[in-house]
Design a protein around this ligand. Structure first.
Ligand code: H79
Length: 421
C-alpha cells in the first residue's frame, strides 16, 4: 500500500507532485555577506545596520535570469523572503519605510520576481518573518540583537506587541492581496514568548485562508497547518504527526547560511544535493533548496554551478521525482539505494547511490517486474530472477537480480526504472 498524508485545509495536490522548489533569502544581509543572522550574531544596533540600507543597490538584479536558473534545475515553485528577521521589506509596503523602494535601488523587488517565476510556470511562495529586529514595537528578548543592551531592554516598557501584531497582520494582508494568487505562505518562526499568543495565530490563519483559499501554510505559527518543515536535516522516515504521515518539505542550504555568505567553504556538491532531493521524495517529502543572491542581485557562481548540475541530472531523471512518493511497503530499498514510486504509472525507481558490481539484488521483487531499464538512456537492464550459474550463487527465493553494466553510467546518481506488472 502507498502511504497517503493526512488531508488539510490547503491545496497540497500540486505540491506533492512538484517536489522541488527554490528558497530565496535576500535582504540587506547580502551586503555584510556573512549570514542572514549577522545583526543578531554581532549584536548590531539599528544605527550601525543602517549602512547596509543606505548602500543596498542590486543593479544587476534580473529576476528572469533567476527564474530561468531555477526552472533549469527542475524546480517547480519558489519561496522568497518578503521580510526576514532584520525587518527589511522587498516590496513597497504601505506600513513601513524600511523597504527596497527607499534604498538607492529605489524600486520594488517583489512584483518583478513574482512575474518572472510565474512566466516559468512556477508556483509562488512568500516567506515572511514573524520575528522583526527593526520594528519599534517588537520587544527585546534573549533572541534579539539588543539582548545585552540595558537601555534597549528598558525600552520594552514603551513597546506594544499589539501594535507589532497589527503590522504583521497588515503586511500579511498586503502580501495576500497585492500579488495575485499566492500558493504558499511560509511564516518563520515562533518560540517561547514570541508565539501564537503574540501573533494571535488562530485569527491570522483565518484571515490568510479567507484572502487566499487553498494556500499552503507552514507549521511555524505554533499551530500545525498544511506542511511540516524540517530545517537543515533530512528526516529518517516519512514525517509523522500523532503517528500519521503528513505533507512535509525539508528546507536546505547550499553552504549552511541562507543569506549570501561570501567566505563560506562548506558548499555541498551536486552529487550530495541530488541525493538529498531523492532522499526527500523517497520518504514522501519535498526539497526546498535555498539560494542567497548577492548584493548586486545575482546568484553567485557556486549557486549557478549547483543549479546547473542538478538540472543536468533532472533533465534525464525528473520522472523519478515528479509525481513520485515513497514506495509501497512491500518494496524495500536494497543496500545503498533509495526507492521512489509513481502510483499513477506504477513505475518504481531504484536510485543507486553506490554502484555495485554487476548484480543488484532486489529482495521480494521476484515476479513483480515486467521490464527494467536505466532511466538516463533507456537501455535495457536484464533481470535474472534466481541465477543457478556459478555453482549455485544463491540469491534466495523471491529475490530479483538485475544485471548491471560494470561501469557506473555517466550520471550523478543512476536510476533504474522498473515497470511493475
Ligand atoms: O530563514 C532561515 C533561518 O534564518 C531561519 N529559518 C530558515 C528558513 C532560522 N534560523 N534559525 N532558526 C530559524 C531557528 C533558530 C533557533 C534558535 Fe533559539 C534561536 C536557537 C537559539 C536562538 C529558538 C529561539 C530557540 C531558542 C530561542
Amino acid at each position: 500500500m502507498t502511504l497517503h498524508p493526512v488531508p488539510t485545509d490547503g491545496d497540497t495536490s500540486w505540491f506533492v507532485r512538484d517536489r522541488f522548489g527554490l528558497f530565496i533569502h535576500w535582504g540587506l544581509y547580502a551586503l555584510p555577506a556573512r549570514h542572514e543572522w549577522v545583526k543578531n550574531q554581532e549584536r548590531i544596533a539599528d544605527a550601525d545596520y543602517e549602512k547596509y540600507f543606505r548602500h543596498f543597490d542590486p543593479d544587476l538584479y534580473d529576476p528572469a535570469a533567476w527564474a530561468a536558473a531555477a526552472a533549469g534545475a527542475g524546480m517547480k515553485y519558489f519561496v522568497v523572503t518578503t521580510k526576514h528577521h532584520e525587518g527589511f521589506c522587498l516590496w513597497d509596503s504601505e506600513l513601513t519605510d524600511y523597504k527596497a523602494t527607499n534604498t538607492p535601488y529605489g524600486k520594488d523587488l517583489l512584483h518583478p520576481m513574482v512575474d518572472a517565476f510565474r512566466a516559468q510556470n512556477m508556483k509562488v511562495g512568500f516567506y515572511h518573518s514573524l520575528i522583526d529586529w527593526h520594528h519599534p514595537d517588537y520587544t527585546v528578548d534573549h533572541v534579539h540583537p539588543m539582548r545585552d543592551n540595558e537601555a534597549a531592554r528598558a525600552g520594552n516598557a514603551q513597546k506594544d506587541m499589539g501594535r507589532y501584531r497589527e503590522y504583521l497582520w497588515g503586511q500579511s494582508r498586503e502580501l495576500l492581496t497585492g500579488f495575485g494568487k499566492v500558493d504558499i505562505l511560509w511564516y518563520d518562526f515562533s518560540y517561547e514568548g514570541k508565539g501564537k499568543e503574540q501573533w494571535q495565530s488562530e485569527g491570522l490563519i483565518q484571515m490568510v485562508r479567507q484572502l487566499q483559499p487553498g494556500i499552503i501554510l507552514n507549521d511555524r505559527l505554533q499551530i500545525d497547518q498544511d506542511i511540516k518543515t524540517p530545517e537543515q536535516y533530512q528526516p529518517r522516515e516519512w514525517v509523522k504527526v500523532d503517528g500519521k504521515p503528513v505533507v512535509w518539505e525539508a528546507c536546505q542550504t547550499f553552504s549552511g547560511s541562507w543569506g549570501y555568505y561570501r567566505d563560506e567553504e562548506s558548499w555541498k556538491s551536486v552529487d550530495q544535493l541530488v541525493r538529498m532531493l531523492i532522499d526527500s521524495v523517497s520518504k514522501g517529502g519535498n526539497l526546498l533548496l535555498n539560494v542567497g543572491p548577492t548584493g548586486r542581485g545575482e546568484f553567485d557562481y557556486r549557486a549557478l554551478d549547483r543549479l546547473a548540475g542538478m538540472g543536468e541530472w533532472m533533465k534525464r531523471h525528473a520522472r523519478s521525482i515528479y509525481g513520485c512518493t515513497q514506495a509501497p511497503d512491500e518494496f524495500q530499498a536494497p543496500q545503498d539505494c533509495r526507492l521512489t514510486y509513481n502510483p499513477e504509472t506504477r513505475r518504481l525507481y531504484v536510485h543507486v547511490f553506490a554502484w555495485p558490481f554487476v548484480e543488484l539484488h532486489l529482495d521480494g521483487f521476484a515476479g513483480k517486474v515486467e521490464y527494467a531499464q536505466l532511466l538516463n538512456d533507456a537501455s535495457e537492464i536484464k533481470m535474472e530472477g534466481r541465477p543457478d550459474w556459478q555453482g549455485g550463487h544463491d540469491v534466495g527465493a523471491g529475490t530479483l537480480t538485475l544485471r548491471l553494466p560494470v561501469k557506473k553510467p555517466n550520471v550523478t546518481v543512476p536510476v533504474i526504472e522498473l515497470f511493475l506488472k
